[in-house]
Structures are given as C-alpha cells and as structure tokens.
Write a protein that binds this ligand. Structure first.
Ligand code: VGL
Ligand code: ZN
Length: 199
C-alpha cells in the first residue's frame, strides 16, 4: 500500500525553549527522520498563524493561556502566541530532515484555528491535503509529531474518517496533556479506528 508519513508541527515553538513547548518535543526528531526512509511520500505540516490570531489568549481581553472559550465553530483552547508566520518559532526544528515532498500550512486564517492537517476547527473547511494524497494514490498514513493530544490526534481521526488506513507512532510523538487530554486523545483515536504503535 502506498504510504505517506504525515509529520505534524515539528516546529521550534513546540520544542523546549519555544513559546508553546511540549515536554520532550525535540525527542520526536530522530524517530521521525528514521520513519521518513520507510515511506513513499513525506508531508510536513506547519502551524502558521498571523499575529493576533484568535486562538491566542493575548487576542482576548481578560483571558489567560489555556482558558477555554466558545468560538462560533465550538469550544477553543486559548494558547500563548506561537508559530507566527515567518518567525523563528514557526520554523521546523533544525535537525528535522528537510527533504519532504510537501509542506501544508494551517491556522493561517485569523478567525479560525486548525489542529487537523485535513480540516480547520470548524470541521468542514478542507486544507487540501486529502486531494494531494488521493491524487498521489496514497492510501496508508503514518502520523507522528506534536502534539499527540491536539494536532496529531485531530489529524489522525480526520484521516481515519476520510478512509485512510491510519497508524500513529507514539515513539515519534509527544503530548501537552491539559487535564487528561492525552489519555482522552488516545482513547478517541482507538475508537475511531486509528492504530497506535509504540505503546
Ligand atoms: C498545536 C496547539 C496550538 C499542535 C498547534 O500542534 O498540537 N497545539 N497549535
Ligand atoms: Zn497553533
């Protein structure tokens, strides 16, 4: 089966020292580099927000990072400012192999966040990745990267819903874990038909 590796958001801001650092976020780089050698196609996603993005706590009066708010498309966690377009924080980790086939940027509309590589957080606006993969004849996906409980989770569940054979390599992922979000994400992925590897 033609297989693609979908590398989620391995960017400086999600690594130690970054604006939204995931614990041990940089530990995913070497396992991902090795996975890249085992697949037919490699896609990187890049969280890519304009300054003042609506997912930033700083864009809302009297709100702090990790507060929840209600957006017109549903509940949204508020984050520290991160992955601003063109910033060093938005750049890929320097040790991530650079020879990917495709880079898909997400979260670039000021009023809507995008955790998933396939649909924005309204769960209907497509990013175009499904079309790219289908026209390349890809039917199996390995998903890895940051963060397990947010962008990896939503990308894997959407991919399964779109009919791909999806596995998540947990050795090549790290999570944020807000109030049990990591366990919840693992359970949801399994329920939606995603295979978890490396547990
Ligand atoms: C992510 C929070 C905000 C992620 C992106 O890559 O999981 N999380 N933006
Ligand atoms: Zn983001």
């Amino acid at each position: 089966m033609p297989t693609a590796l979908i590398v989620i958001d391995v960017q400086n801001d999600f690594c130690p020292g970054g604006a939204l650092a995931v614990p041990e976020g940089d530990a995913v780089v070497q396992p991902i580099n090795r996975l890249m050698e085992q697949v037919d196609a490699v896609v990187l996603t890049q969280d890519w927000h304009p300054a003042g993005h609506s997912s930033f706590a700083s864009s809302h009066a009297d709100r702090l990072p990790y507060d929840m708010i209600e957006m017109d498309y549903g509940p949204q966690v508020l984050w520290p400012d991160h992955c601003i377009q063109g910033s060093d924080g938005a750049a890929f980790h320097a040790d991530l192999r650079a020879d990917a086939d495709m880079i898909i940027r997400k979260g670039f509309r000021a009023g809507i966040d995008s955790y998933s590589a396939f649909f924005e957080n309204d769960q209907t606006t497509p990013t175009g990745l499904d079309g790219y993969l289908r026209t390349r004849g890809i039917d199996r996906l390995i998903v890895a990267g940051l963060a397990t409980d947010f962008c990896v989770h939503y990308s894997a569940v959407d991919a399964a819903g779109l009919g791909y054979d999806v596995s998540v390599d947990l050795e090549a992922c790290r999570g944020i874990d807000l109030d049990g979000s990591l366990d919840q994400a693992l359970r949801t992925m399994v329920e939606k038909g995603v295979t978890l590897r490396g547990t």
